[in-house]
Structure formats: structure tokens, C-alpha cells
Ligand binder design. Sequence first.
Ligand code: NAD
Length: 423
Amino acid sequence: MTDTLRYTPVEDIPKIRHELGLAFNSGRTRSIAYRKQQLSRLFYLVEDNQERIRQAIFSDLGRPRHEVDFLEISGTLLEIRDAYDNVEKWAAPQKSPFSLLWFTLSPATRKEPKGVVLIISPFNYPYFLTLTPLAAAIAAGNAAMLKPSELCPASASLLAELIPKYLDPELVRVVNGGVPETTKILELRFNHILYTGNNRVAQIICTAAAKHLTPVTLELGGKSPCVVDPKCNVKIATKRIWWGRLVNCGQVCLCPDYILVPESFQDEFVEALKDAYNELHPTDPKTSGMLGRIVNERHVERLQNLLDNTKGTIVFGGEIDKEARYVAPTLIRDVKADDSLMSEEIFGPLLPVVPVKDLDEAITFINSVDEALSVYIFTSDSKFKNKVIDNTRSGTAAANDTILHVMGPSYMHAKWIQSSLCS
Ligand code: NAD
């Protein structure tokens, strides 16, 4: 099922931006009570429409219901609730620490909303990655223009329908479209741009923002490695790597992208990966309903190209059905640094195993690839774990798990973003 997305006429976009500015200048977002009211409405937008959200994501990404409930619905509700509960604290002026230099004064830093924020979101989590930044923008007292990904037409249409029903329609506007519409948006001046997506488009965003000296927050992609110590719990390691690789059909920025194992351990680990996969997917994932689909044919072709050009050995998988947007979970071994699979973030259900001599070579390998979003270390030896953490750079790191480390209360997305949306 494919939904038709109504694109916003390009000529209307400057007017929408202008109206957002007028609404912001009305001053109503300065009230914390108003921000809380909008956040509670945003919460009910998701809560009341769970079934429609599930259907839209199924239409766009074929994603199983339990995966939608877990991150798109529960995760988004949790983030909005956190913003609601903390907005007073986040917005409160920060008093300067006592100093003899100014003890007769009471200096404080006020948190001022920036104005009109542009939020450009990607296809892979069409609700979480649009509404969590929106919660941050509302909590910080801004007006917002949302540009959802056109690659998820059902989700983008539903957002365009629901946002004006639930939120102040003058302060939050959805603009839908593809490259021409986004190009028009980027000609305009915003007070902050939040962009989540691929690194190539990030350069376009930054170039456009530079013309207006607009501050930008970027949430980009990367290749997140797994480093495996033969002394790890192999059963747990292999299951958790597969779960992380296959959730949302591998289309998660934090997916484990490739596995580094010692050469002497590759055979045993590959066998264990086969067993773990069979346990997780006992029936054909093409028909089981347990695996999502690739977002569109262009991305299926991209993955096909990576597989066609690999010099590694395919252990299992490899089936591709372009029309059904299906790419089978595929394990590839003996992959080298110059392989097609190492040329870009995979963003699909392909899992390469890269044999290395030892841990030092694994660390050199990781440092030779662009900085990772996360490094996953599978070991029961804390010295091994610390050696990887101390000698590599990544946004986050986790031991003996994948992805879930950013879903706990210690990493709240909206909380982190809102701090950049006030000055
Ligand atoms: P996408 O193709 O949906 O594009 C993202 C947004 O950029 C869309 O709204 C799209 O309309 C816009 N866009 C596309 N081409 C453009 C152009 N030429 N000019 C202006 N705007 C344009 O999604 P994507 O970028 O493929 O998303 C996947 C990427 O996002 C991956 O690299 C993933 O790792 C990354 N990502 C990062 C995070 C994070 O938190 N770091 C989260 C999710 C996704």
C-alpha cells in the first residue's frame, strides 16, 4: 500500500515561515503553562492515534507492530512526558556560583527561546525523530516548522493531518515535500535548524544555514563496529548483534554495522551467528511478519550494489526482491577494509564479519573509519572493554549489548536537544 503525500505548494512556504514568526512574536510561548499545555496535547496526539500510527508505519516501512510500539510510540510518549515534567527546571534561570568578585550582585543566565526552529527529519523513525525534537522546541518556547521525510508518505500525511488538530496551528506548521520544497525552505532564515539524516544532505543544510549564520544541530549516521573478544558470552553476543542489526530492517543510525573478530575465532563466531539467527528467525522473515522492509526501491538497489560488489563470502541470505522492498538478512564473512560493504553506512540487514589479527589491529581499523555513533564491545574482561573505549572515539559505547543503551532515562533525546534551542 502506498499513500499519496500532498506536497506543500512551494510558493506558500515563505508565507508559512512569515506567519510562524508573527506567532512567535505574539509572546505566548514565553509562558511555561502554555508550553506545558502544548506538550500535553502533543502527548495525546500520539496516545489517541496509536493504531493509525502503526498502520502508517506499516505502510511506509512494513515494520512489525511490536517494533512500532517499542520505540515510535512508547519512546515518543516517554520523551514528551520527560519534557512536560522538566520544562520548569529546563527554563529556569541559572544562578552563577558564588564568587567574591560579584558577591553583592545576583548574576544569572536566562534561557530565552530562539524563535522559529526548522526540524527536518528522516524516514527511519518518522514519528520519534520528528516529535521528540518538536517536544524539545516547544519546551524551549519556540515556534516550529516541521519537514517530515517524503520517503514515508503515510506517516508524513498523518502528521500533516494531526498536528493542526492537536497543537496551536499558528505555532507549529508541517511543510511536506521533497528536494524542491526543502530547497525553498532552506532559502529562508530560521533561528535554529535541527537536521537528522544522512551526511551528504547535512552538507547542503549547513551551506544553506551558513548564508544566514543560522545555528544548526546535526544528528547524522556512521558505521558502528562490534568488537568481539573470544572470551565473551558468545550466545548472548550473537543474539544481541542480530537484534541490533535487524531492528527496523537495519535502518537505525545506531545499528551494529560490522563485526571485528580475531582471525582464529572467525569460524566459531560465524557458526554461532548462524545458530543465533535461526533461533531469532525460525521461519522465513519474508513472510513471518517479524522483519520490516527497506524504505524504497532506490535503497534496495543501493544494498544490492553493496552485495554484488563484496569480495567477502556470503554465508547465508542474499535474496533481494526489489518490488517487495525485501532484503534478506545476510551474513558475509572474510570482509576486508576495502570492501564495498565498508564503503558507507550499510543501513540494511547485511552483516559483515571482518577478521583481524588481534585487538590492536581492531582498534586501528575502527580509527581508520569515520567516527562511529557507537562502539559495541563483547567481552567479559573489563581490561579488554576499557582498552577499546580508551583508544577509540565514538558518540556512545556499550558493553555486551547494542542500541538499547541510548533508550534509558540517562539519555533523553528531547532534554539534550532543548538545551541548544534556547540561548
Ligand atoms: P531521508 O532520505 O528521509 O532524508 C532526510 C531529510 O532530508 C528528509 O526530510 C529529506 O526531505 C531531506 N532531504 C533529502 N534530500 C535533500 C536535499 N537535496 N536538500 C535538502 N533536504 C533534503 O533520510 P536519510 O537522510 O537517508 O536518513 C537516514 C540517515 O540518517 C542515516 O545516515 C542515519 O544514520 C541518519 N540518522 C541519524 C540519527 C541520529 O540520531 N544520529 C537518527 C536517525 C537517522
